[in-house]
Design a protein around this ligand. Structure first.
Ligand code: TA6
Length: 303
């Protein structure tokens, strides 16, 4: 008897691109194709879920305490941090990690591809709220391809006459069996700033494992990272371009309790963030009339 998993993989479900609005008016886009299913919130251009049919467990972690409220960031999936990372340089009243993840985005394109994947192009909607925080003639788009891999490209276009500097990250929450059994490979010998120790500058030795809060900004690295999870018998491969920083984060128990929406039943144990980014010493200057793209591809393999 074939499993549902095998039946789906064999017959697929055709293509579905379905928009719906919840009671708060937040618009969600559900995607089904023979390779994968996904869920995207238009607010923030926020990919919340990606479930390739070959995977035994979701690849992205979404908190069961995530709040779907206009103007609030959704805990989990792939929050888009832009045009700054961390606290604003001068105004602490502004949203940490920038406003992109908490403002409306619009659909530029959503279509099935010949290879049975689904492509989306989303664009941040210009508004007074955005202009007040970011007084530049600028466009931000996110191109997403949903299939056996998840591909994302965040493009900043400077349509004005003066350069500007951006900090940015795809702040991705990956689903793991348990934070204490996973390792992150690919950053050996890489310099990093340790936010747990007041940004002390250190160098990575070997693979990254976790037994307490980790909040590290790995600098000047374009390395592919691999998240190995023996508990789920899988590895997640994180290939990037246009990115020179990688942030690795687990809040651990105390910080998770402070943050408050990291999931019931120790939800923090089942996630780790590996964030493709340009932050701290790797922020990007976008010259007038030019565009900059940060891209990433997630794929999974059995361990
Ligand atoms: O990327 C790690 C980090 O900067 C942590 O310091 C923590 O603040 C996390 O992001 C979550 O930030 P958020 O604003 O989404 O709660």
């Amino acid at each position: 008897m074939q499993s549902v998993h095998e039946l789906n993989a064999r017959y697929g479900v055709g293509h579905k691109i379905h928009f719906s609005a919840d009671l708060n008016g937040l618009v969600t886009l559900e995607i089904e194709n023979p390779h994968a299913s996904a869920k995207v919130a238009l607010q923030g251009g926020h990919v919340m879920q990606w479930n390739p049919r070959h995977a035994e467990a979701p690849v992205l972690w979404l908190s069961d305490q995530a709040r779907f409220v206009a103007g609030r960031s959704i805990r989990g999936g792939v929050p888009v941090c832009w045009p700054w990372f961390g606290p604003h340089a001068t105004d602490e009243t502004l949203c940490p990690h920038g406003f992109a993840r908490v403002v409306p985005w619009d659909v530029v394109d959503a279509r099935p591809e010949a290879d049975n994947t689904t492509s989306l192009v989303l664009k941040l909607v210009e508004s007074r709220q955005v202009e007040k925080q970011w007084p530049y003639d600028c466009e931000l788009t996110l191109t997403v391809n949903i299939g056996p891999t998840l591909k994302m490209a965040l493009t900043t276009t400077n349509k004005g006459h003066e350069p500007f500097v951006i900090g940015e990250a795809l702040h991705t929450y990956f689903q793991v069996s348990d934070i204490e059994v996973v390792r992150v490979l690919g950053l050996d010998h890489t310099e990093y700033e340790d936010k747990v120790e007041d940004y002390a500058l250190k160098r990575q030795s070997g693979d990254i494992s976790f037994n307490d809060e980790v909040d590290r900004v790995y600098l000047n690295t374009d390395s592919t990272c691999v998240l190995e999870d023996p508990g789920l018998r899988r590895k997640i491969i994180i290939e990037k371009s246009g990115s020179h920083s990688t942030v690795v984060w687990t809040p651990w128990e105390r910080k998770a309790a402070e943050i408050g929406d990291l999931g019931s039943h120790h939800g923090w144990r089942h996630m780790v963030c590996v964030e493709t980014s340009n932050v701290r010493g790797n922020v990007v200057t976008v010259e007038p009339g030019s565009a900059h793209t940060l891209s990433v591809q997630y794929s999974t393999e059995s361990l």
